[in-house]
Design a protein around this ligand. Structure first.
Ligand code: B12
Ligand code: SF4
Ligand code: SF4
Length: 392
């Protein structure tokens, strides 16, 4: 085994300073031993079906909880954390802008993607890796990657505790954070212990979750989590569509209500801003190419833009203005879409807005064509709608 012991390696303090000058808000270090309790947690959730078919760290729980498997000779994991602006401050700015420009229905985007936080997180981690390399060490950045369970190493490093809502909560920064690591063969002196759980008797996140996805302490049922359902393949479950409200990408509710996020914290280096409110009519009017160019940095199932349209139609059904002619127009265009996924969600949006006529006036042949999974047929049945008979 090639083991790289750096005689006069950098201290954690030195590395922390470099990270904090380039986008991080804190840094801690831990060893590469397997995190057995985290592995058990992943396996257990998978066995109970709470992963809802997700792969990510569930694909190989053993590897994701054993940083020593990242490369031969790995000795330390430096875990970096970056705080981002919570939605309340941002929402005010964007709502004002939306108000000034238009009064159309908008879908909300979760705070962690409303600015390029992962870009700055990566910059901070790469600066640390580069510094380690000047000492002859090998260093790899691993960030939001299926090969490592970020929260598990973060809690082991002492950066924070794992809250009831499953978020890593930093005692000073709260949970509006993203996490990533630098795995290295250098040995860095550890300086911290696990931070103890500070949720106490609170259960706000569990009570306020719109779909009741947080069952027990720290156990999330992804089958009910809106953040996952927006990224999952197939139809958006009918029984969770109203609960989706105006969320177009991600969900922030279990962090918004958390008292540990009440203390506002400054963000040292501001990340480049992206959209936090999306005009739904504009989205549904866009070509597939334009949609992927604009939202390609999101996790989109199978990289197929029809999923963006599916999500936008559910949100439009919830927040659209039924007297806006543009709403009718985009729903009608979606009812005529070649995608059965889009057609079935357009039926839902039309009916939810009380516009069953838009569906009823279409021919059954047109609506039901190419519907191998029966999505359109079951949507029509759910609303007890019989489309117009075809004129031969
Ligand atoms: C899959 C995934 C999701 C899934 C499932 C989330 C989940 N809670 O299971 C979905 C799509 C729902 C999701 C949503 C979100 N996610 Co996500 N997601 C991931 C991903 C890719 C894997 C997480 C994972 O392994 N889940 C499996 C379960 C079992 O793990 P877990 O809940 O995290 O629990 C771990 C620890 O809690 C520990 N553990 C669990 N039980 C126990 C018990 C004991 C006794 C001990 C000691 C340890 C322990 O072990 C587990 C495995 O590591 C990570 C990136 C990564 N590579 O790690 C990001 C990540 C967790 N997500 C992140 C974010 C920001 C979000 C959202 C806030 C985004 C949004 N606004 O919509 C939401 C939050 C929803 C929520 N409450 O979790 C951040 C979290 C940052 C933080 N401060 O915690 C991460 C770390 C991405 C990153 N690199 O920054 N996510
Ligand atoms: S992200 Fe939203 S749906 Fe998922 S657990 Fe948190 S509050 Fe519930
Ligand atoms: S809302 Fe309460 S229980 Fe949930 S994570 Fe925050 S402190 Fe913990």
């Amino acid at each position: 085994m090639s083991e790289h012991l750096v005689a006069e390696g950098p201290t954690l303090e030195e590395l922390k300073k470099i990270g904090m000058n380039t986008g991080l808000d804190d840094l801690a270090v831990t060893g590469v031993e397997p995190i057995v309790d985290a592995r058990q947690a992943i396996e257990e959730r998978k066995a109970r079906g709470l992963h809802a078919g997700m792969t990510f760290t569930y694909g190989n729980a053993e590897r994701a909880t054993d940083p020593s498997q990242l490369f031969e000779g790995a000795r330390s994991v430096l875990v970096g954390i970056r705080r981002y602006q919570p939605p309340s401050a941002m929402a005010q700015q964007t709502r004002q802008a939306a108000h000034n420009q238009r009064s159309r229905a908008v879908g909300s985007v979760a705070a962690y993607v409303s600015s390029d936080e992962y870009g700055l997180l990566r910059e901070g981690l790469e600066a640390i890796a580069a510094h380690l390399e000047t000492f002859g060490a090998h260093a790899e950045v691993v960030m939001d990657d299926n090969r490592l369970a970020d929260r598990a190493v973060a809690s082991k490093s002492g950066l924070g505790w794992l809250g009831r809502n499953t978020m890593l909560i930093h005692p000073q920064l709260g949970s509006w954070t993203v996490l990533g690591s630098v795995v290295t063969d250098a040995v860095i002196q550890e300086d911290s212990l696990r931070v103890v759980d500070e949720c106490g008797a609170c259960s706000r996140c569990s009570v306020e979750c719109p779909t009741g996805a947080i069952d027990n302490f720290g156990v999330l049922d992804a089958n009910r989590c809106l953040a996952w359902l927006l990224q999952a393949k197939g139809i958006f479950p009918r029984h969770h569509r109203i609960a989706l409200g105006n969320r177009l990408y991600g969900c922030d509710d279990c962090q918004v209500v958390c008292p540990k996020n009440e203390e506002p914290q400054p963000v040292a280096i501001t990340a480049p801003q992206r959209e936090s409110d999306v005009d739904l009519v504009e989205l549904l009017d866009s070509s597939d190419e334009k949609l992927m160019a604009k939202y390609g940095h999101w996790y989109i199932p199978r990289r197929r833009p029809e999923y963006l349209r599916r999500n936008a139609l559910v949100v439009l059904g919830n927040v659209g203005n039924p007297s806006d002619p543009d709403v009718d127009r985009v729903i009608e265009a979606s009812l005529d879409s070649p995608s059965p996924l889009v057609r079935s969600h357009a039926i839902w949006a039309a009916c939810r807005l009380g516009k069953t006529d838009l569906v009823e006036t279409r021919s059954s042949d047109a609506l039901l064509r190419d519907d191998p999974d029966g999505w359109v047929a079951s949507e029509l049945a759910a609303w007890k709608i019989s489309p117009a008979l075809d004129i031969q």
